[in-house]
Every structure is written in C-alpha cells, then in structure tokens.
Design a protein around this ligand. Sequence first.
Ligand SMILES: [Zn+2]
Length: 398
Amino acid sequence: MPMPTPKSSQKENPPPQGSHRQRLAAKRQKRVIPNKFAGLIALLILAIGLVNFASVSALQAFAFNAEQSAVGQTEAGFAGRVDDPYPLPEIVITPTPEPAAAAPAVEPAPVVAEEPVADAEPVVAPVETGPLAGQPIQHVVIISVDGMRPDAMELAVTPNIDKLMAIGAYSRSAQTVCNSITLVSHASMLSGVLPEKHGIEWGVPYIGWPGMSSPTLFNIAHEAGLSTGMAFGKDKLNYLVFNNSVDHLFGQDAHDPEVRDHALEIIEEGLPNVLFVHLPDNDRVGHAYGWMSENQLYAIQYADGIIGEIVTALEENGYLDTTLIIITADHGGHGFGHGDDAPEDRTIPWLATGPGVRQGVILSSPISTMDTAATTLFALGLQIPDYWVGKPVLEIFE
Ligand SMILES: [Zn+2]
C-alpha cells in the first residue's frame, strides 16, 4: 500500500525545475525569507523608538520635577507623570474597613516572650560557625515598614512592636535623608552614606543616572564571608542590590503578605547573618488614603502582625538569642505624599532589640537612617568604612 505523501511536503519546496509558473513560485518563496527579516528589523526599530520615547519622557519628568518645589517630589507624583516603570498591583483596601477585615491573615498572636530575650530558651539551637562563631550577635534583621511615621506607629494597634519596645531601645525622632523617598532613603539606610555619595538622589532612573555607586552593608558583610538575604516589595529596590552581595533575594512589586512569606522562608531555610525585610503597603495606603488616616493605621497594624510572625519564626528556629532586630522606616509622610524636608516626612521610628541591647529605653542621641547600616556592621564585628556618615548607635548597648 503506497504511503500518502505528507501534506507539508506537497506545499513546501516545489521542484524548481518544473514549469515556468513553478519556478516563479519557488523564486517568490525564496524572497519571503528576507522579507521576514525586514519585518523583524522594522519591529526592532519600532521597539527602540518606543524605549527612547520612554527615556525622554522620564528625563522630561525628571527635569520637570527638578523645577518643582519639593512638595511635588512624591513617588505618587512621579508615577502620575512618567510612564510608570514599576506598575503596582491595585491596593484592595475598603475605605472604611472593619478592624477584623483589615487584618485578616495576620492574627497577630503575641509572640515576644515577656521575659528578657537573654533568658528565653531557644527551641532549636543552630550551631553557629564561620566568622561570627562565639559572638553574641550573629544575625541582624532589619525590618523597614515603608512610610511609617513614629506617631502613626504609636497610634496604631501594634502589640508586637509594643512588646519589642518593652525589651528594646527606641527612638521616635530618628531622621531619614532628603529626598525622603523610598529608593533614596533605603539606599542611605543600607549603605551608610548620604545620597550625593551613593548616587541615588531621585526616586526613578533617568538618562545619565549613575545608579548605586557606593557599596551597601550587604557587599561588606558578604565580602567578609557572611550570608545575606533581602525580601522587599518594591521592584525599584533592586537598584540597591549589587551582584554577588545577596545570597537569598526576593525583590519585586508585591504586597506585605507575599514579602512576609519569602522572609519566613528565608528564616526557615537558615537565617542569614544579615536579613533585610521591607513591607511596602503602608506607604501605598498613605498615598491612596492619606498619612495618619484610619486606613494607614490599619496598614501599620497589619505590618505589626507580620513583625510578630517574623519574631515568632526567629524564636521557633532558635535565632532570637543571637539576633539584633532593627525596626525602622524609610520615611514618613503627610497629606497624600512625602519627599520634602518636612519633619513629618523626615522623622522615622528606630527600634532595636537583641542580645546586649538595653531594655525599655528611649534613646536620646540623634539617630540617622544611615546609622542602621553602621549599627549592623558594628553588631557583627565588621569594620565600618571611614567615609561612612552613619555611626553605630552605641547608646542601645548595655
Ligand atoms: Zn517609601
């Protein structure tokens, strides 16, 4: 029985040595290939054009912002004018949430032992090896609640933070840098230097942007042989992540619960020596409903629940006795934004707990967000670079 000729071979490559018409058809078919390339090239040119247009738009927006008074320099303002390079998911928060509905998944159970940390018995005692073996502080966990004003934090229902305050050292007057916006502030928080030194002085990249030009505490810790991790919920914070400086990284536009999940995963897999956790939603709620609004206080309550979960995970995995926890924020805010030199924008909370940290103390020394990086290195026994403006907050230690 003869095999039927496959359909495709009937259509493709007709023998060129046939009739004139067949030869013409074959010729035409050959020409199709360069035409396809031409199509691809046209697409490429179009794509390059679009990218250029977006870049120029960003530059124009940057220039526009530079001319504005500082009041206009909010992230929301940027997002409104520029083709938003970091499209964020919709915030699903009802205008007048019930307390129960506002913090559904968190169930912030009291997690911090009433007793001093030093007396708590770890459930598991991980064997600490490496450069820090034998040191009282083996880990530093920095938790940044985006846009959290200290007075908002104090007004919100925060049982977990309250417990940490009772066993820690707290300042309600720490200051972030100017511009008091997320990327700039976090860059200083994690690199110990002012924006003019680290190179990130604006909230979004623009043509000629130098990017992060000063090493972060993660570079220094990693080069010293320590392990590092980051879990953050704003994609742009990836500009602070140098190659080969962060071992465990979750960094993309996400909401608090997703960041929480990744942070807990990192802790359970083995707490790195330095872990940075960034909870983004309080800032988004502030932009949508206003700073100090009732919704924002719920967002802080929600973040407090997550902080409780993180502390519980540290405790359950046996890390609480060897971990310095710093809870802070990148900036505050007022009205529906932030970014200028107003005290409401510049003032941030700064709370530390851990082995050797004084308990129930209100700090009197002036604290800068840059001190977070310096305190982290100091606690881990690492050398603080001479050029850093940030200094360790020695007042927290006994
Ligand atoms: Zn922020």
